[in-house]
Design a protein around this ligand. Structure first.
Ligand code: NAD
Length: 793
């Protein structure tokens, strides 16, 4: 046979190499040695480490390991630049972002080749996906810069942002961080991952070339310790981190109590569900993209295949056949599917995890394929079967080309398996039945759901996680929101000492020496009155010290019961918003009937006239009843044949520790938005004056609030807050208290990456309708899930 006939026979690809020369020439032009980019200038290289090409193991360049002093210099430069950068008009800032987008497009190939050299990803991906998305991100955010003042009235940028990114999409993660931060008017210090600093340094040169004002973008390279120095720096107003859940938790703990803003984009173990009516060939192509794109080093990789039992055998057989055609090799070869993993340490980690999984019973299939390159960090695609949900390979994020397959029988089982993970980043659903797909999507706890597609990304569509995959979003309106705060919050003073928590609530006298023993209010758990597990009561005192009642002394066990009851009531979140609105209106109405009684109770506890507070509480319930069916999502129109429905969802079980002051409004102002958005609640009312809320359960009962939706535990606020903050069954927490106790709550919340809000004794006046009747609490009581749906295909 002649050669052409042979090619027809085998359909083999020839090599299609991309030249590394322009990228190497750029590195040469810097002497293959880099300092940092601080205040618009390049610093002298300090102590350096090597950035290697993982496909060959050869060193590409030496990169400086940033010291705390260098971080400090960068923070000072960013601070100095902030004033004038944030004062520019949106149009002016937008033009700079537009200039960056254009410059990236003009040098797209150089960026793509450099990225593939440094990271090991196939040039086909860096060229066709990473870099075009980077440009798209800067374009999109040039637009946000222009309209931010109009779209976010009353909001201002944080100030100086510290941004720390991983190595899997080096330039794309940089774009996801820098573009919204700059559009909002912040200045930044960004640290790329130690394995992949080079495109960030090329980006710095772009900033220089387009004349970005000095100090607006500072790139400081370095290891984890440099990241730690950024996190710890007192001059930084907000930290935005993308990386592993482990480091994300450490950053949560390190920033606790500092008042720094925080957004975390962490790991995942995303399910890929294939139902029996799926278009199997498409689902297999999707799966190739889901798990072998970027060698599986993708936070939202569809790494857990869940497949309906009736098609399992056929699907797996087809999948194995497809896997055998995947080509592993030189990332700069345009006909390669799977390139090099980022570093030897990553290959070792994956091999170790595989060994553990196999020991636990897993079976591993790897296609024979062509021989792997002799050097470099290459692994074959792997399919793991015969695993139980507890197998290491099912539970752990592998971050490599390893797919784990399990089967399910019913949609219910599919949802249960999909959600059986501490993560919640993304999910994919394949089914030709739109009813089924759109029934499953809302039941999956993940920030992104793709239907009959996978790994779709766009700058206009928010991306980010639920649960231990983090909080905050990148992209779209919600991505802008995390770089802005209300102007009043930025200038909020610490509370004056007179507003410091009262000591009331402490046992002042012999607990038996009381004439109000019949007044012992019970706690309220799962729709029933509950006695405290401790068997103790605590006194409630009038300002003159007279005992006016007693409440239960709640403890750890009461909190556990309350959280359990709240979790059983999670269905509140799927109750129609119209129904939730009616319940809140009814609650307001019933409170109105007992207006005088509640006012007297406030007076008895605080000595202050309670009428205004009751009136404000009723009005607040009305306000959030009104919001219940209006705080809606959006539909985005990304440049793909899909729409993305940005659905507003409740966060889950919320813990609320109310302020000491305003015994009724202090709780109602927080309860109302959380309830309106569908979150079941564990509420710890004012420690000093809890009787207004223990009275409220009678109103809750008569207002059709379902059992378990509001649970009330009385007692020592800080002790109860600690248990709540540590509890993995609590998804979000709002806490009013001292700076020290706020720090404790934030630190303890790291365990399951809860979303927290703390008062840190700031002078928050919940009477203020302007501030607190709008979306301030609504945004904190919700998270956005983007559901990608094929459209117009
Ligand atoms: P990593 O957490 O090890 O490192 C991320 C970055 O943090 C690096 O720049 C590193 O130098 C720095 N760092 C390390 N220790 C630090 C510390 N104590 N304080 C401050 N900074 C520190 O993660 P990685 O291995 O580079 O990246 C892989 C992880 O990133 C995966 O878990 C993946 O799922 C996640 N990821 C998430 C998203 C997302 O959007 N959710 C996107 C990409 C990657």
């Amino acid at each position: 046979m002649n050669r052409i006939a042979q090619i027809f026979e085998t359909l083999d690809y020839g090599p299609a190499p991309e030249s590394p020369d322009p990228a190497l020439a750029w590195l040469d032009s810097h002497g293959r040695k880099f300092g940092h980019f601080i205040d618009g200038k390049w610093t002298k290289p300090g102590e350096t480490f090597s950035s290697d090409n993982p496909a060959t193991g050869e060193s590409l360049a030496q990169v400086t390991n940033g010291t705390p002093e260098e971080v400090d210099k960068a923070v000072k430069a960013a601070r100095a630049a902030f004033k004038s950068w944030s004062a520019l008009s949106g149009y002016e800032r937008g033009r700079y972002l537009y200039a960056i987008a254009r410059a990236i497009q003009k040098h797209a190939r150089l960026f793509a080749v450099l990225e593939s050299l440094d990271n090991g990803k196939p040039i086909r991906e860096s060229r066709d996906l990473d870099i075009p998305l980077v440009a798209r991100h800067f374009y999109h955010h040039a637009g946000w810069a222009q309209h931010v003042a109009r779209e976010f009235p009353g909001h201002v940028p944080y100030g100086v942002c510290g941004q720390i990114i991983p190595w899997n999409f080096p330039l794309l993660m940089l774009a996801w961080k820098i573009a919204p931060a700059l559009a909002a008017g912040n200045t930044v210090i960004l640290k790329p991952a130690e394995f992949t600093s080079l495109t960030a340094l090329l980006f710095a040169e772009i900033c220089e070339r387009i004349g970005l004002p000095k100090g607006v973008v500072n790139i400081v390279t370095g290891m984890g310790e440099t990241g730690q120095a950024i996190v710890a720096h007192e001059g930084i107003d907000k930290i935005a981190f993308t990386g592993s859940t482990e480091v994300g938790k450490a950053i949560r703990a390190a920033t606790a109590g500092t008042g720094k803003g925080l957004s975390l984009e962490l790991g995942g173990k995303s399910p890929y569900l294939v139902f029996e009516d799926a278009d199997i060939d498409s689902a297999i192509e999707g799966l190739v993209d889901a798990i072998w794109f970027n060698q599986g080093q993708v936070c939202c990789a569809g790494s857990r295949l869940l497949i309906q039992e009736s098609i399992e055998e056929r699907f797996i057989a087809k999948l194995k056949k497809r896997m055998a055609t995947l080509r592993v090799g030189d990332p700069l070869d345009k006909a390669i599917d799977i390139g090099a993993l980022v570093a030897p340490v990553q290959v070792e980690r994956i091999r170790d995890l595989m060994k553990r999984g196999v020991k636990e019973g897993a079976l591993v299939y790897e296609p024979d394929g062509d021989p792997l390159p002799e050097r470099g960090c290459f692994l074959r695609p792997a399919l793991v079967t015969n695993v139980s949900p507890a197998n290491t390979l099912v539970e752990e994020e592998i971050f490599g080309p390893v797919l784990v397959a399990m089967s399910f029988r019913t949609p219910e089982e599919a949802v249960a398996l999909a959600n059986n993970t501490r993560y919640g980043l993304a999910a994919t659903i394949w089914s030709e039945n739109i009813n089924l797909a759109l029934d499953i999507a809302p039941r999956i706890k993940a920030g992104v759901v793709w239907i009959n597609g996978t790994n779709n990304f766009d700058a206009a569509v928010g991306f980010g996680g639920y649960k231990e995959s983090g909080f905050g979003r990148e992209g779209g309106r919600e991505g802008m929101a995390v770089y802005l705060k209300p102007s009043w919050e930025k200038t909020l003073a610490a509370a004056s000492s007179s507003a410091a928590p009262a000591k009331a609530g402490a046992q002042k006298s012999n607990p038996l020496d009381s004439d109000v023993l019949d007044q012992t209010a019970k706690m309220y758990i799962g729709g029933k009155q509950a006695r405290p597990d401790s068997g103790y009561s605590r006194g409630v005192f009038a300002p003159d010290g007279k005992l006016i009642g007693e409440v239960g002394e709640g403890n750890r066990k009461d909190i556990r019961n309350a959280v359990e009851a709240a979790r059983a009531a999670l269905g509140w979140g799927t109750t129609a918003a119209h129904t939730r609105a009616q319940v809140l209106y009814f609650l307001a109405e019933n409170l109105d009937y007992r207006r005088d009684e509640f006012a007297r109770r406030i007076k008895a506890q605080t000595g202050k006239d309670g009428e205004a507070e009751v009136a404000a509480s009723i009005e607040r319930l009305f306000a959030f009843a009104a919001w219940a069916d209006k705080y809606d999502g959006a539909v985005h129109n990304p440049p793909l044949r899909a729409v993305a429905a940005a659905m507003v969802e409740p966060i889950g079980v919320m813990a609320i520790v109310a302020p000491e002051e305003q015994p009724l409004l202090g709780s109602v102002a927080l309860l109302a938005p959380a309830l309106a958005m569908g979150n079941p609640i564990v509420l710890v009312p004012s420690q000093a004056a809890p009787l207004s809320i223990t009275d409220l359960y009678q109103v809750l009962e008569t207002s059709d609030v379902p059992s378990g939706v509001v649970n009330i535990v009385t007692g020592d606020a800080v002790t109860l807050a600690k248990t709540l903050a540590e509890h993995d069954g609590v998804d979000a927490m709002w806490f009013f208290g001292s700076p020290e106790a706020s720090a404790m709550v934030e630190k303890a919340s790291a365990g399951n990456v809860k979303q927290t809000w703390t008062s840190r004794s700031r002078a928050i006046d919940l009477f203020d309708k302007e501030k607190f009747e709008g979306d301030y609490w609504l945004a904190k009581a919700t998270q956005i899930k983007n559901v990608w749906i094929p459209y117009g295909a």
